[in-house]
Ligand binder design. Sequence first.
Ligand SMILES: Nc1ncnc2c1ncn2[C@@H]1O[C@H](COP(=O)(O)OP(=O)(O)OP(=O)(O)O)[C@@H](O)[C@H]1O
Length: 246
Amino acid sequence: MSLITAKDVSLKYGTTPILEHVDFSIEPGEIVTVIGPNGSGKSTLLRALIGAKQPATGQITRKAGLRIGYVPQRLMVEGHMPLTVRRFLSLPVRHSDAEAREMLERVGVAGFGERQLADLSGGQFQRVLLARALLGNPEILMLDEPTQGLDQPGIASFYQLLEEVRQSMGCAVLLVSHDLHVVMSTSDRVICLNGHICCQGTPSVVSEAPEYRALFGEGTHGTMALYQHAHAGECDHDHSGGHEHG
Ligand SMILES: Nc1ncnc2c1ncn2[C@@H]1O[C@H](COP(=O)(O)OP(=O)(O)OP(=O)(O)O)[C@@H](O)[C@H]1O
């Protein structure tokens, strides 16, 4: 049974159409990435899927009692606001010290409990946000451009962590991203959005689709190789781009 299904969903802000005729579903354990240019409706689609924005027409169905872990696009933390990682992990739902400690370790920031949130680097902060989302033992993890501002190795290791989390916790992952260079081949399925679904399929199918190339140009072919090394047999591209090997 699908975790979430959107059926012929159209959605507006005021009178401006943002999404039109979107059909979408996500199955348990899948990693699905939604890509699209700025303003193409990616965050809006996430908001609709979690129930924070109602469609104008069409229907969104969530599995009864679905546990969703949401990692927002950004979270402003005031520099002068004293808030430790440990306290943040218990907002709004209280978790035990042991649970918090174990989760921080799992996402690669072991021992960070007493650090101030405002003092963390971008990559450490994203991991703390992920830990907080995972503490609810989600069946689906939704992340809205979680690697914004991270450097290339930071992005690659964050996505690697997501793959590990999917394997160990078995949750589905729905990711919004414009990090085309590394994101594509970590996904079971890629959806290319521009107000409507332009194309979708496996990373390699989407990267070759004329609709995708019309939106993003031809220039990403070589650099998208980063993660494909994890999937033997799918490397049909040019390896001469000087990319890193994970
Ligand atoms: N609360 C709102 N009120 C009015 N318009 C909005 C609102 N939120 C988003 N929009 C508009 O809806 C469109 C889609 O926005 P959305 O944030 O979903 O795009 P996005 O694909 O996530 O963009 P980005 O990659 O820049 O984050 C944009 O034109 C945006 O200006």
